[in-house]
Design a protein. Structure first.
Length: 321
């Protein structure tokens, strides 16, 4: 029994490219393996260079697992976009590509496609039980779980497993309205691998409360899979109770129809009702140019990152009932 708490920890790198000065860009790779067989879980962070919260969540989970991993293996890519991270950029700065629009990748393609190919090939070769892709969202966003649309050609058994994992996180459940065919999670689902996107608060900064929520949501999965002992109660984010375990529909509508300064009338986590006023747009003289009302009943997920708005730009994100 003593050796159960001595898992094998490994830190390594996967080469991305060599620069003109012969410097090397590499992807950090972490793993922790129990001596007891069990499920395989993947954690991926910093797909977008300005979203560093997932990296810190991975660090904290691995610290806890050193003494608590009872079975199975946890792998992690803590910094999938090191070039974007170093320049505080969402994209891969050398090519301005979005890594999460480059999967499943191409070993002979663009920089983003080559990195995506390395990541995707490495993940699927381990036959994972579940993949959690950790992201950050809009300004002051509350944590929530974002599904790819679970329809079309996906097997019913895969959809059922994915929904069970999603509910286990304890987060608000939101289904995206668009199929993002070049995302990591979309392509994993097409390989019959359950995969979830966790949106864990705002980007560009480390919000310790959101870090804690992300660790607890992932720990729920590890307890559910019996990879760690159930040494605490299952975590539920407070606003998830308001959703009553329903799967909400993602929306960034209504859009602004004018230019101006946004004054938010509702904050993330609030329930709003169809027709309720949610924001006002003011001009430079303080005159109200537009009052924006909710199109559906739902929960406010986050505010726009910017105080200024333009015609056709989103103001808030919602999970609609």
């Amino acid at each position: 029994m003593e050796q159960r708490y001595k898992p094998k920890i490994r830190y390594s790198f996967l080469k991305i490219l060599s620069g003109s000065d012969l410097s090397r860009k590499r992807l950090p790779l972490m793993s922790i393996q129990s001596k007891n067989p069990g499920p395989t879980v993947w954690l991926t962070g910093c797909m977008h260079g300005d979203e560093i919260g997932g990296t810190v969540i991975i660090h904290n989970i691995f610290k806890r697992l050193r003494q608590r991993l009872a079975s199975g293996t946890v792998f992690a890519f803590p910094l999938m976009n090191p070039m974007g991270f170093e320049t505080v950029s969402r994209t891969i700065v050398l090519s301005k590509e979005d890594l999460n629009r480059s999967f499943p990748g191409n070993s002979k393609g663009t920089i983003a496609e080559r990195i995506a190919d390395i990541i995707f090939s490495h993940v699927i070769n381990t036959n994972p039980t579940i993949v959690l892709d950790l992201h950050n969202d809009w300004n002051k966003s509350i944590p929530y779980l974002l599904f790819d649309p679970l329809s079309g050609s996906l097997a019913n058994e895969l959809v059922a497993r994915t929904k069970i994992f999603a509910r286990t996180t304890g987060l608000i459940l939101v289904e995206d309205t668009d199929e993002i065919r070049n995302s990591l999670t979309y392509n994993l689902l097409r390989k019959n691998i359950p995969a979830l996107t966790l949106e864990l608060g705002e980007s560009l900064t480390i919000n310790e409360k959101n870090i804690e929520n992300g660790v607890k949501a992932a720990w729920n999965i590890l307890m559910h899979l019996k990879m760690v002992a159930q040494d605490c109660d299952y975590f539920y984010y407070p606003a998830s109770v308001l959703a009553k375990n329903k799967i909400l529909r993602y929306s960034s509508h209504p859009l602004s129809s004018t230019c101006g300064i946004i004054h938010f009338l509702k904050k993330p986590g609030d329930i709003v009702y169809k027709g309720q006023k949610i924001a006002r747009i003011y001009n430079a003289f303080g005159k109200v140019m537009e009052t924006i009302a909710a199109l559906d009943d739902g929960i406010v997920l986050g505010h726009s990152d910017y105080a200024v708005t333009f015609p056709g730009s989103p103001v808030m994100a919602f999970g609609c009932f």
